[in-house]
Design a protein around this ligand. Structure first.
Ligand code: PEP
Ligand code: MN
Length: 337
């Protein structure tokens, strides 16, 4: 931390601040300028008590942090890319992975048809929501455990590992019994008690970016997972809320190189929630691959016009097969398989 003192401060007041810095366990390094005195407080801000409280002291002009607040998710902590293994499917390695399936599990026929079709087209993980976080209480809330059972059946038939959303602490064990990857949705990205509860299971976690979440806040939410000793974390960008109305959310592709620089964890892109429109999904997938994403999470439905949730953004089975074909040269150009 850098502590800037008020201009022309008296020696006695400087001494008061220095004493407090020492009391909190830091080594003060005093630099006196013409008008300003600046104190460098040496010590690890992430393990010591914070010096930020000093910013309210009458002797202090400002307190400037020099260290990043995230630690375990950072590249400093782990130089190489980390990988996450979901039932043998490795995310974050050389092979580019595609997670695909319906927004919501609706029926056996809908799920099995989709699961077989996405597998045939090259998807490596099956997605499907059984517990749905809906804006309105009058909208379809998901099939719950029945949906989880159908996902398990689809996994048995296709061999695809499954990813599904977990909404509440109450359902951690139930969902973890079926899922290979636990999805923490945008609305729960800062539900810290849920994050801690999920960690205990030890299964891979896909952490979506909150609706209006800054990247630093997102990294710190991820820190909760790693700090509680589950290394199997993936970040998933799905668009943030802005003033734009052409798209449902503003898919922040710039977050990919930022996350890759800041963190060692795999980065997944969900263009479906980002765009909110099926016609933009392919272009966003291509951009994501080119920008360095490790995987995609794509909504696919046999009949999007009749979907029980997110109909406008789900691609058809044929559309998905075409998308996967078009993606191939981008995956190769990005040096992935
Ligand atoms: C979803 O994946 O269907 C979903 C609800 O995602 P998000 O949390 O990103 O809105
Ligand atoms: Mn959806």
């Amino acid at each position: 931390m850098i502590i800037v003192l008020k201009p022309n401060i008296a020696k006695k007041d400087e001494g008061i601040v220095v004493k407090e810095i020492k009391r909190l366990g830091y080594k003060p390094h005093i630099m006196r300028g013409v008008a300003h005195t600046v104190i460098g407080a040496i010590g690890d801000e992430r393990t010591h008590r914070t010096l930020e409280v000093l910013s309210s002291w009458p002797q202090v002009e400002s307190v400037i942090p020099v260290q990043k607040r995230h630690k375990l998710v950072s590249r400093e902590a782990h130089k190489a890319n980390s990988t996450v293994n979901a039932r043998g499917v490795v995310i974050g390695g050389k092979k580019f992975q595609v997670m695909a399936g319906p927004c919501s599990v609706e029926s056996e026929k809908q799920l099995m048809t989709t699961a077989h079709a996405v597998k045939k087209a090259g998807a490596t993980i099956l997605r499907g929501g059984a517990f749905k976080p809906r804006t309105s209480p009058y909208e379809f809330q998901g099939l719950g455990e029945k949906g989880l059972k159908l996902l398990a059946k689809a996994r048995k038939e296709t061999g695809l590992p499954i990813i599904t959303e977990l909404l509440s602490e109450q359902h951690v064990e139930l969902v973890a019994d079926y899922a290979d990857i636990l999805q923490i949705g945008t609305r729960n990205a800062q539900n810290f008690q849920l994050l801690i509860a999920v960690v205990k299971i030890g299964k891979p976690v896909l952490l979506k970016r909150g609706l209006s979440m800054k990247i630093e806040e997102w990294l710190l939410a991820g820190e909760y997972i790693l700090a509680n000793e589950n290394p199997n974390l993936m970040f998933c960008e799905r668009g943030v809320r802005t003033f734009e109305t052409y798209t449902r959310n503003l898919l922040d592709l710039g977050a990919i190189p930022i996350l890759k620089k800041e963190s060692h964890c795999p980065v997944v892109i969900d263009p479906s929630q980002g765009a909110g429109r099926a016609d933009l999904v392919t272009a966003m997938c291509k951009g994501s691959v080119a920008m360095g994403a490790d995987a995609l999470l794509i909504e696919v439905h046999p009949n999007p016009a009749e979907a029980w949730s997110d109909g406008a953004q789900q691609v058809t089975l044929e559309g998905f097969a075409k998308l996967m074909d078009e993606l191939k040269p981008f995956i190769a150009a990005a040096g992935r398989e």
